[in-house]
Ligand binder design. Structure first.
Ligand code: HEM
Ligand SMILES: *[C@@H]1O[C@H](CO)[C@@H](O)[C@H](O)[C@H]1NC(C)=O
Length: 425
């Protein structure tokens, strides 16, 4: 039925139009074995312009659909990618050069015309295309005499995705594969072909693969586990359990986790045009945070060693505490930049809820600890001292009646053995 109606429409189109519209012209055709992506290519007969006419289609539930020419791999191919435009009823066609196994880069050098019949309707998107002087490009070409000309196809993950930009950032494919076409079957009167009439007798699908992109979720998991989970637990180990040694071990583990996550991040960064130059805020911020984190670990060990030798808190103690606060906060904040960069803006809500939960769990402990310290101070240094220090809950001066821990005058009043060594690291 559909074929019949298409045939009637096609013959009507031929009857009533003198220009090159969608027609039953000769074309080589491909339909992926999973039935999702279709492609038909017409090579105009005796054409001095070296144009190509083609149509391709795929499920509109996919964020994007693409077909590439000239290779069975991304490198050196000329790729045509389409996604729904902002109206959701038509498509944006983006010609791109493939440079390797990463997001192909949009090119202005390939002139494409989106032809009538292009649309998003009934769960499918279709692009009808005339591509000007499309037989060669830097790095590749189409040999119209080739009976096994290499092509490839891919579709993006399922996602509501619309853009009018020909250089829109996209996610990595959910499925990709390669095929060959017999281009001698494609030769005919120049026109956008009808995929239903294309000749697929000489077509061979070489490969097809589902692509699970695991690096980004693992990157996010390692980072959040480190910054929202393990690091705050390390703070509680010190503040609630008063175990500096376990605090150190815990935080060293958290840094290793974060380093593993950063390694994944560097790999992911090579995959997308938006990240390949490593200049996005999330990446720059992330590198700075990582440097701070390693510094924090070193300062932590140093100040602990000095404290164990002298039993006097040093400037390193204060630095360690403040870098710690800043670095954990920045690490979590950077997560809010990461999800939009991965085109997963909505996960920021999940992150917000997670951070809220962790704060909700930690708050009672910290409050308990704060009360306990007030109690300790009262018995240790009397009420006069309490008024001096206010709410300050800093272990390095909890036994010392002064705002400034670098001010050593009070040391005469408070002999070392009274400074409660188990608290000041
Ligand atoms: C954001 C966009 C894209 C990214 C990040 C990307 C990345 C990659 C990566 C990492 C691989 C290797 C996968 C593996 O080893 O399992 C790959 C393979 C492949 N990609 Fe893409 N790709 C993108 C877009 C496209 C597009 C638009 C096409 C076009 C049709 C395409 C076609 C292919 C094909 C055919 C392969 C297999 C290559 C081979 O067998 O060596 N990719 N891609
Ligand atoms: C989509 O855009 C092309 C090019 O502007 C046009 O020829 C075609 O008719 C449009 N399709 C729909 C459904 O509006």
């Amino acid at each position: 039925m559909v074929r019949l109606r298409a045939a009637v429409l096609a013959s009507l189109a031929v009857l009533f139009s003198t220009t090159s519209a969608i027609s039953t012209t000769s074309a080589a055709g491909f339909l992926s074995e999973d039935g999702t992506v279709g492609f038909a290519l017409n090579v105009p007969q005796a054409d001095d312009d070296n144009d190509l006419y083609f149509t391709f289609n795929g499920p509109s539930s996919s964020s994007w659909i693409a077909v590439g020419m000239g290779s069975s791999q991304m490198d050196n191919s000329l790729i045509f990618m389409m996604y729904a435009d902002s109206t959701g009823t038509n498509i944006t066609l983006s010609p791109r050069y493939g440079g390797g196994n990463y997001e192909p880069e949009h090119t202005k050098d390939v002139i494409v015309h989106v032809m009538p019949g292009s649309q998003v309707v009934n769960g499918r998107m279709t692009a009808n295309v005339r591509c000007e002087q499309c037989l060669t490009w830097p790095g590749g070409s189409v040999d119209t005499a080739n009976t096994k000309a290499p092509f490839m196809f891919a579709r993006g993950p399922e996602q509501d995705f619309t853009s009018n930009s020909v250089s829109a950032s996209v996610k990595r494919h959910a499925h990709y594969g390669s095929f060959t076409l017999d281009l001698t079957k494609a030769l005919g009167t120049k026109a956008v072909p009808n995929a239903d009439y294309a000749d697929s007798a000489g077509t061979v699908q070489l490969s097809a693969k589902d692509d699970k992109d695991l690096a980004p979720p693992f990157h996010a998991f390692f980072m959040l586990f480190a910054f929202v989970g393990v690091m705050p637990i390390g703070v509680l180990i010190l503040r609630i359990l008063d175990r500096p040694k376990w605090h150190g071990i815990n935080q060293a583990i958290s840094v290793l986790l974060a380093l593993a996550g950063v390694g994944l991040g560097f790999y992911i960064g090579t995959l997308y045009q938006r990240t390949r130059s490593f200049t996005s805020a999330h990446q720059i911020f992330g590198i700075i945070i990582m440097a701070m984190l390693i510094g924090e670990l070193i300062v932590g060990f140093l100040h602990h060693r000095m404290y164990m030798l002298t039993r006097i808190p040093t400037i390193l103690t204060k630095i360690h505490i403040w870098i710690g606060r800043v670095v954990i906060s920045c690490g979590i904040a950077n997560g809010f930049l990461g999800f939009p960069l991965a085109l997963n803006r909505k996960y920021n809500w999940a992150l917000l809820i997670l951070v809220g939960l962790v704060l909700g769990v930690a708050a009672p402990f910290l409050f308990w600890r704060y009360r306990r310290n007030i109690q300790k101070k009262r018995t240790a240094s009397g009420v006069r001292h309490m008024e001096d220090t206010g709410y300050e809950d800093q272990p390095w001066n909890s036994g010392m009646p002064t705002h400034s821990f670098t001010d050593l005058r009070h040391m005469q009043n408070y002999p070392l053995q009274n400074t409660k060594p188990q608290q000041g690291r």
